[in-house]
Write a protein that binds this ligand. Structure first.
Ligand code: NAD
Length: 358
C-alpha cells in the first residue's frame, strides 16, 4: 500500500521524513492541516516494528490533533511527530537537537511538544535548533503540567453530561474512574469535592491506595471496574476501554473521561448510543491539555508571559462546544462521536475556505 492509499492518510497536507546519519534519528512529521493555524501536536518516541507502523501512527495521531484543536477552538492545525526508537536506550541530547533541526526545516508549519517517551529535557535539546517547541520549563511563557487543566475540562464535562443524562448534580452520583495517574487523580479530587461517590481502580496499587485515601473512595481490581454499579464510567488510563467485551458489562448511563481513543472502534460508539449511554467524545472533553499548550505557543509567539485567564476562557468555550455536540446528537438522533467528527471537519473546512478566499 502506498502512502496516499493508506486509510489514515485522509487529506494530509504533508508527510515529512528525516534521517540524521550522525545520531541515527529517524523521524516522521505528519502535518494533517494548517487551515486554522500552524499544526500542533506532540512528539512520540516509540520502538515501532517498522517504518510503516510509525507512518500509520503519525498519520492517525496528526489527524486526531486537527480534530482536537478545532473542537478546542484553537487557531492551530493538527500535526504529530514520531521518532522511531526505544526511549529507554536510544535517547541522546544530540538526537533531539537533530529532531529540532527537522522541525525547523518545516519553517513553523509544525509546533512540537511532549508525548509518550519524550520529556521536557528532550524538548530543551530540540529547542537549541528550533523555536517551534512548546512544553519547555523555566521561562515566562511556560505552561507547565497540562494534567490539572485536562482534569478541570473533564470535570466540567462530566458535570454537564450528568445534568443532561441523569437530570441531577454531582452530589451523590457514583463515578467509576479507570486509572488514577495524572489526570485521573486530579479528576477524583474534583469529583470528591463536588460530593460524588467514587469507585477507583489502577494497576499501580500504591497510587490507587493513596488517591482512594484522599478521596474516601472504594477501590476494585482493574478487571472489575467494568462491572461496578456506577452512574458514570470515566476512562482515564489507556485507549480502547470501551470495546466488545467491556460494553455489555457497563451499567453506567454516562461515559466521560480523560483518556484518548476510548472507543476501540467507531462501531462501539454507535453501540453505546443504541444502549442509551451518553458518551462525551474523548478528544472534545480532554481538550484542556492542548489548550494549555496552546497558551504557551501563543505566549511565545507574542513574546509575552503565559496567561491563565486566556486558558480558562478557552475551557469555558470547550464545555459549550461539548454541549453543542450533545444538543446536535439529540436533534439529529445520532451518536455524539459522529456529530463531533462532523463538527471538527466542518470547522477545518470553513477555515480552509476562508484562507483560500483571503
Ligand atoms: P498517566 O500515565 O499519569 O496515568 C495513567 C494511569 O492509568 C496510570 O496510573 C496507570 O497505572 C493506569 N493504568 C494503566 N493501565 C491500566 C489498566 N488497565 N487499568 C487501570 N489502570 C491502568 O497518564 P495521564 O497523563 O493521566 O493520562 C491518562 C490518559 O489521558 C491517557 O490516555 C492520555 O493520553 C490522556 N490524556 C492526558 C492528558 C494530560 O494532560 N495528561 C491530556 C489529554 C489526554
Amino acid at each position: 500500500m502506498t502512502l496516499f492509499d493508506s486509510p489514515a492518510f485522509e487529506g494530509h497536507e504533508g508527510v515529512h521524513s528525516f534521517f540524521d546519519e550522525k545520531t541515527g534519528l529517524k523521524t516522521i512529521i505528519a502535518v494533517h492541516s494548517t487551515a486554522r493555524g500552524p499544526a500542533a501536536g506532540g512528539c512520540r518516541m516509540w520502538p515501532y516494528a517498522n517504518a510503516a507502523a510509525a507512518l500509520d501512527d503519525a498519520l492517525r495521531l496528526s489527524r486526531a490533533m486537527s480534530y482536537k484543536n478545532a473542537m478546542a477552538d484553537l487557531e492551530l492545525g493538527g500535526g504529530k511527530a514520531v521518532i522511531i526508537g526505544d526511549s529507554r536506550s536510544m535517547k541522546t541530547p544530540a538526537l533531539f537537537e537533530a529532531f529540532g533541526r527537522a522541525v525547523d526545516a518545516l519553517g513553523g508549519r509544525y509546533w512540537t511538544a511532549e508525548d509518550v517517551g519524550v520529556s521536557p529535557a528532550d524538548l530543551a535539546s530540540a529547542r537549541k535548533a528550533t523555536r517551534y517547541v512548546a512544553g519547555l520549563e523555566g521561562h515566562p511563557a511556560a505552561s507547565g503540567d497540562p494534567s490539572p487543566v485536562t482534569a478541570e475540562g473533564v470535570f466540567r464535562g462530566v458535570r454537564l453530561a450528568v445534568r443532561r443524562a441523569l437530570k441531577r448534580d454531582l452530589d451523590g452520583v457514583t463515578v467509576a474512574i479507570q486509572g488514577v495517574g495524572h489526570v485521573g487523580a486530579y479528576l477524583a479530587e474534583k469529583l470528591h469535592a463536588a460530593g460524588a461517590r467514587l469507585i477507583l481502580t489502577d494497576v499501580n496499587e500504591e497510587a490507587l491506595a493513596e488517591v482512594a485515601a484522599r478521596t474516601k473512595a472504594q477501590t476494585v481490581a482493574p478487571g472489575a471496574i467494568f462491572d461496578v454499579e456506577a452512574d458514570v464510567f470515566a476512562p482515564c488510563a489507556l485507549g480502547g476501554a470501551i470495546n466488545e467485551t467491556t460494553l455489555p458489562r457497563l451499567r453506567a448511563k454516562v461515559v466521560a473521561g480523560g483518556a484518548n481513543n476510548q472507543l476501540a472502534d467507531p462501531a462501539i460508539g454507535r453501540a453505546l448510543f443504541e444502549q442509551g449511554v451518553l458518551y462525551a467524545p474523548d478528544y472534545v472533553i480532554n481538550g484542556g491539555g492542548i489548550i494549555n499548550v496552546a497558551g504557551e505557543i501563543r505566549a511565545l509567539e507574542r513574546g509575552e508571559a503565559f496567561d491563565p485567564t486566556w486558558v480558562d476562557a478557552k475551557l469555558v468555550r470547550l464545555t459549550q462546544t461539548l454541549e453543542e455536540v450533545f444538543d446536535r446528537a439529540v436533534t439529529e438522533g445520532r451518536p455524539s462521536h459522529e456529530v463531533a467528527n462532523d463538527m471538527a471537519k466542518a470547522r477545518i473546512a470553513q477555515a480552509a475556505a476562508e484562507k483560500l478566499a483571503a
